[in-house]
Write a protein that binds this ligand. Structure first.
Ligand code: ZN
Length: 209
């Protein structure tokens, strides 16, 4: 994982970019057999000793010794860090880079998934609990078979404002994630949290990430 990028993705970008075209933006290259030659942009010279090998996707200067691939050229030429060069060439070659998630973001996402799972479970359990009889009758009255309701994870948000939060607290879910998850809201700073839905039948949406 060079610079956080997999070798597959780097190879994919390398295979799609034309190093002659990249270098050619900055150096006047002339064909010399399989290679291309020009005046080195990294040291002062009068006779071309800078070569580009399109087959191998690399450049090399016999005068000052610098060399590398398309990423290396762009880093040196535009003074870019490796990830910046990767992003620039990925964009140029139409390769989509996977979103990079830091451990902090990953941790937050995991927390959010937990909040959503707990909330979904809470509402589903409520529908099948003794107190959910009225909600089940309502669901059936709307022409939804109870087996289907169970299979699709339909839930019921019972009367009252605190049950979900008590459930969350007992499951030790972080309340700071409520706001982002939008399963609950607080009317003002410091005010108690309340869940968004009350006495309705709800259905969780399938996870997309
Ligand atoms: Zn050179």
């Amino acid at each position: 994982m060079a610079g956080g990028f997999s070798s597959q993705i780097l190879d994919e970008i390398r295979s799609r970019v034309d190093i002659v075209e990249i270098v050619g933006q900055f150096v006047n290259l002339k064909r010399a057999g399989e290679h291309w030659k020009g005046l080195c942009p990294f040291h002062s010279e009068k006779t071309p000793s800078f070569t580009v090998n399109p087959k191998r996707g690399i450049f090399h200067c016999f005068g000052c010794g610098v060399g590398g691939d398309a990423f290396g050229f762009l880093m040196r030429q535009d003074r870019l860090a490796f990830p910046e060069a990767v992003r620039a060439l990925a964009q140029r070659s139409g390769v989509e880079l996977p979103t990079q998630r830091t451990p902090e973001v990953e941790g937050k996402l995991e927390g959010l998934r937990r909040v959503m799972t707990l909330a979904a479970q809470f509402y589903t359990d409520a529908l099948w609990a003794k107190d959910g009889a009225r909600a089940r009758a309502y669901v059936e009255g709307r022409g939804v078979d109870l087996d289907v309701a169970r299979r699709f994870g339909l839930g019921y948000a019972p009367e009252g404002w605190n049950a979900l939060l008590t459930h969350m607290a007992s499951a030790a879910a972080s309340s700071s994630l409520f706001a982002i998850s939008r399963v609950a809201w607080s009317p003002s700073a410091g005010a108690p949290w309340a869940r968004r839905s009350r006495s309705i039948s709800i259905r969780p949406r399938p996870r997309s990430t």
